[in-house]
Design a protein around this ligand. Structure first.
Ligand code: HEM
Length: 246
């Protein structure tokens, strides 16, 4: 029961928020790297989506590794959010009324920004899965293909159809900005939790936090932006381009 008594302390909760945050951050890096395959064309990104479902198929079955990853991510998302709420409650209880009134400053603004951007991200993820993974929300038609008797989305075609609509692309870019802000502040809290922040190192840390979160923003946003502006062509045009170069 040592784990539970550690979790009951404020530092225990901060560690859980930090560790789950790092796992989710690593997922974002991998997801962004995967998304950037659209620039190599429909064949490459669709092949990659298929690959995600066939990794270690003889052992775990079709999409087995993908389901394990989904389960890990879900546990991390739930633990991250529940622990943040418990931490806020614990902090409120520990803080005297007078202190609360006089210190509505930088740290409070950052905390509110984290809560607001976190809420936006959560709503986004639910809608995003319903849009591209299950096809239940269709601002643009979502197409599926059959592979080895299993249904899976046609990634390039679906991305092109969705982001050709300016407002879908704009919403995605706005949410990516929220993620950038969330990660920047989250990165800071993480360093504080580890006790690594100090006057000499903070400037360097700040630059790194910006580079990482802004890098993710640019990488993710480049996909809706390039479909919207036509830099990334429609699937049929792309096929024509490729055959012209041969
Ligand atoms: C412009 C940004 C993004 C684009 C274009 C994009 C695109 C996609 C696509 C096409 C899929 C379906 C892939 C497939 O079926 O193989 C997907 C799945 C998913 N995306 Fe994104 N994504 C973006 C940003 C994000 C962000 C920021 C998050 C998390 C905060 C996220 C979380 C997920 C999750 C959880 C799935 C479901 C994976 C699964 O269960 O199969 N995505 N994304």
């Amino acid at each position: 029961m040592r784990v539970m008594s550690f979790y009951r302390t404020a530092i225990g909760k901060k560690v859980v928020v930090a560790v789950t945050g790092v796992v989710l951050f690593l997922f974002l890096i991998l997801h962004m790297a995967g998304n950037l395959k659209v620039f190599a064309g429909p064949g490459v990104i669709d092949e990659y989506a298929l690959h995600l479902r066939t990794i270690m198929e003889p052992i775990f079955g079709w999409a087995g590794v993908l389901w394990i990853t989904r389960a890990v991510l879900l546990v991390c998302v739930v633990a991250h959010i529940v622990t943040v709420f418990l931490l806020i409650k614990q902090n409120k209880r520990a803080r005297p009324q007078r202190y609360r009134r006089h210190h509505l400053q930088a740290s409070t603004i950052a905390a509110r920004l984290m809560q607001a951007s976190g809420a936006v991200i959560l709503i986004f993820v639910v809608l995003h899965i319903l849009q591209f993974t299950t096809g239940d929300i269709q601002p643009a038609p979502v197409l599926f293909v059959e592979e080895d008797g299993h249904e899976m989305a046609e990634v390039y075609r679906n991305l092109h159809a969705a982001f050709s609509m300016w407002w879908v692309a704009a919403i995605y870019i706005f949410v990516m900005a929220c993620i950038c802000i969330h990660l920047y502040h989250g990165g800071w809290s993480f360093l504080q939790t580890l006790g690594l922040d100090n006057q000499d190192r903070n400037r360097g840390f700040r630059i790194w936090a910006w580079l990482l979160s802004f890098g993710l923003f640019v990488g993710f946003s480049s996909v809706p932006f390039c479909f919207w502006t036509g830099i990334l062509p429609a699937p049929a045009d792309h096929a024509a381009d490729v055959s012209e170069t041969h």
